[in-house]
Design a protein around this ligand. Structure first.
Ligand SMILES: [Zn+2]
Ligand SMILES: [Zn+2]
Length: 245
């Protein structure tokens, strides 16, 4: 069973995302694009995941994997995907406890909107989410694994916040079988310069901060037929497929 995915999407909780990245809009756009699975991955927070999951149930949308995009102490972005809401909330607590208590300046960084399933604003996150936490990549990987999730180095082909750029390589002991690339072209280019990356499997996500940037149904994961579309079975099968080994 082929499942078209986009597993790196920011909601309006990320200060750098547009305000119309609301639960219903994200789900409607993902449906329009024909995606079978999406992940909501705001910077350092999973607080809007429940609303997007509920909106997707209301609108018969794609399966929604709760997650967050974590910035480690090395200033590396990591795509964190978790099996359920409970685990996503637990991981958020871990990250929150490791975040400096610096308040957001909406006039400089943008607003950090908390939303419900009907796109109503329920509040604003006051702690600045665009800052590194004090946990390193390996510590984060261990925490995520203990929760049954996966931690995948994000946009490794980019210059900023990429594990490849920051460390000069993907450490052999970092537990991942997958690397996220911006596109197949970017992956090819990257592979030309770093042949050792051929050992990893590529994941192509949009990292959408605007509705129009949510991916077309172009990249898919091969899942067992028993996974079914939508629901917990599909979520579980995706997490299984992305495990380090
Ligand atoms: Zn990033
Ligand atoms: Zn991102």
């Amino acid at each position: 069973m082929k499942c078209f995915y986009d597993l790196h999407i920011h909601s309006a909780l990320s200060p750098c995302a547009e305000k119309d990245m609301t639960p219903q809009n994200i789900v409607a756009m993902a449906r329009l694009k024909g995606l079978g699975a999406i992940a909501v991955t705001d910077h350092q927070s999973s607080a809007n995941c429940a609303a997007v999951m509920e909106a997707s149930r209301d609108l018969a949308g794609p399966v929604v994997i709760p997650g967050l995009e974590i910035e480690s102490s090395e200033e590396i972005h990591l795509l964190c995907l978790l099996p359920g809401l409970h685990e996503a909330q637990q991981m958020q607590r871990v990250v929150r406890a490791a975040l400096p208590t610096r308040l957001n300046r909406p006039d400089i960084f943008g607003t950090q909107l908390l939303l419900d399933r009907h796109d109503r604003i329920t509040g604003e996150e006051t702690c600045l989410l665009l800052q590194a936490c004090s946990l390193d990549c390996q510590t984060l990987a261990l925490q995520v694994r203990n929760l049954g999730g996966v931690l995948i180095p994000a946009h490794v082909d980019r210059d900023a916040y990429s594990m490849l750029q920051t460390l000069g390589a993907i450490p052999a002991d970092f537990p991942t079988a997958w690397l996220e690339f911006t596109s197949p072209d970017a992956a090819r280019d990257c592979l030309g310069r770093h042949p050792a990356l051929a050992a990893y499997r590529p994941l192509y996500n949009s990292d959408a901060h605007r509705l129009g940037d949510i991916a077309e149904a172009r990249f898919c994961l091969d899942l067992p037929d028993s996974a079914g579309f939508g629901g917990a079975g599909c979520r579980h099968a995706i997490l299984q497929a992305l495990q380090p080994c």
